[in-house]
Design a protein around this ligand. Structure first.
Ligand SMILES: Cc1cc2nc3c(=O)[nH]c(=O)nc-3n(C[C@H](O)[C@H](O)[C@H](O)COP(=O)(O)O)c2cc1C
Length: 410
């Protein structure tokens, strides 16, 4: 389980003299708020001890020696799944050649192949190795496939000669990683149509009374704004909110559960990602009264009938769209119910929040959630709804990348 929303970088260290500089890269990334995990090749461990990286990163270092063991999990898939970016620094001529050819004979090269996010390499080698046509062709191929190459500097090399091949300075590599993380997070929903529902429905009893809930719509609005910022074309179906419009987002009011159903279904054929953050009534009044119901001194019974379950219906439809539900549940045992709902409704993701607490969730600016997918759970500690929205979209983008990698259209 991942317990924080920090950006995560997987640092691959290969067997070159510059491996000692990877320690500085790790520290630089940490200073910038990045959680760094390290994979070392066997050759790299001859240059720097894994204990150094283990101590500084605060995580076990992944090594080939533990990789092909039945009790060590599928490290090459698991580490890659959790990372936002793979950085290989230094990258030896050997590892670059394997990457270019798709050779997966150690943990790092296998992780590279299994990884679907952005990849940066910082080559470091002797000047002749660097200028060799094999190395240059491998790099050209990798660049063509989207790998970002942090070009080496010219200078005095470890072998005593002067030339190109010296790994770029750690500060420059850290800056490049930060830039890529920003670019990624800002545009990772580009080209997608996202539909968000927000607020709480009101089911009329008569012309002036209704059955409603305390949802303010802030979570859904934060999601719509964040999805738009990340490049998506966004529609926002909102119910009874008192919030300012979100620039660049198409908005439509849907007061009742029936209205939400209609507005969502009308837009669905075009939608890639549906995020149902609205608190939609489970019941509507069976027969509502025209005008205002007169006050009487006797008991009043109002018959309720179930509304359509939009989430369930949408998730059951063909079309491969990514469906996110919200589970506003009472108490932590609600987490178990959310897990059940994820499976029962066949959702791609469900966001659990505990509405028994008054400091988070309904009608306040902060939230604390657990993001559940069939692949795992991510806890987001109490923070502003804007940050929670970013974390949810991080997970959506990550899941979509995995899908694309697996050849499933988003
Ligand atoms: C002292 C020493 C320094 C080396 N420095 C480099 C280097 O800077 N760049 C490089 O590409 N290879 C260098 N090598 C060669 C690599 O260690 C070798 O190709 C190894 O197989 C790389 O394995 P890896 O890519 O799995 O880490 C060096 C070898 C030795 C013995």
């Amino acid at each position: 389980m991942i317990t924080s929303g920090q950006p995560k970088v997987l640092l691959g260290v290969t067997g070159g003299i510059a491996a000692y500089k990877s320690v500085e890269i790790l520290r630089g990334l940490q200073r910038n708020g990045v959680d760094v995990r390290v994979v070392m090749t066997a050759a790299a461990t001859q240059f720097v001890g894994p204990l150094t990286f283990e101590t500084l990163s605060g995580h076990p270092v992944h090594l080939d020696s533990q990789w092909l063991r039945s009790d060590s999990g599928i490290a090459h898939v698991e580490e890659g799944r959790e990372a936002d970016l793979l950085l290989i620094a230094p990258a030896t001529a050997n590892t670059l050649a394997k990457m270019a050819q798709g050779i997966a004979d150690n943990l790092l090269t296998t992780t590279y192949l299994a990884f679907s996010g952005p990849v940066l390499v910082a080559p470091a080698m002797n000047a002749n190795m660097w200028s060799h046509p094999a190395t240059q062709q491998n790099l050209a191929l990798l660049e063509k496939r989207g790998v970002v190459v942090v070009q080496p500097d010219e200078g005095e090399l470890a072998c005593g000669v002067y030339g190109a091949g010296r790994m770029a300075e750690p500060d420059g590599i850290v800056a490049e990683v930060k830039l890529r993380l920003q670019v990624e997070s800002k545009s990772d929903l580009r080209g997608l149509r996202v539909l968000v529902t927000a607020g709480g429905t009101q089911e009329p009893i008569d012309a002036v009374r209704y059955i409603g809930n305390r949802s303010s719509g802030k979570m859904g609005f934060s999601l719509a704004r964040a999805a738009h910022d990340r490049g998506a074309e966004v529609d926002l179906v909102h119910s009874n909110v008192k919030l300012p419009k979100v620039p660049g987002v198409r908005q439509v009011e849907a007061s009742t559960a029936d209205d939400v159903y209609r507005e969502v279904m009308a837009r669905l054929p075009e939608v890639d990602v549906l995020i149902m953050a609205a608190a939609v009534a489970d019941y509507r009044v069976g027969r509502n009264v025209d005008g205002k119901m007169a006050k009487k001194r006797e008991r009043l019974t109002i018959q309720l009938e179930p509304t359509a379950d939009v989430l369930c219906e949408v998730a059951a439809l063909e079309g491969g769209r990514f469906v996110v539900g919200f589970a506003a549940e009472f108490g932590l045992e609600g987490l178990e119910r959310a897990r059940g709902k994820l499976e029962r409704k066949n959702l791609d993701m469900i966001v659990f929040n505990d509405i028994s607490r008054s400091d988070i969730g309904f009608n306040v600016d902060e939230n604390e959630v657990v993001i559940l997918t069939p692949d795992g759970e991510v806890e987001v500690a109490r923070t502003g709804k804007e940050v929670v929205a970013e974390r949810i979209l991080d997970e959506v983008a990550r899941a979509l990348r995995r899908r694309r990698k697996a050849g499933v259209p988003a």
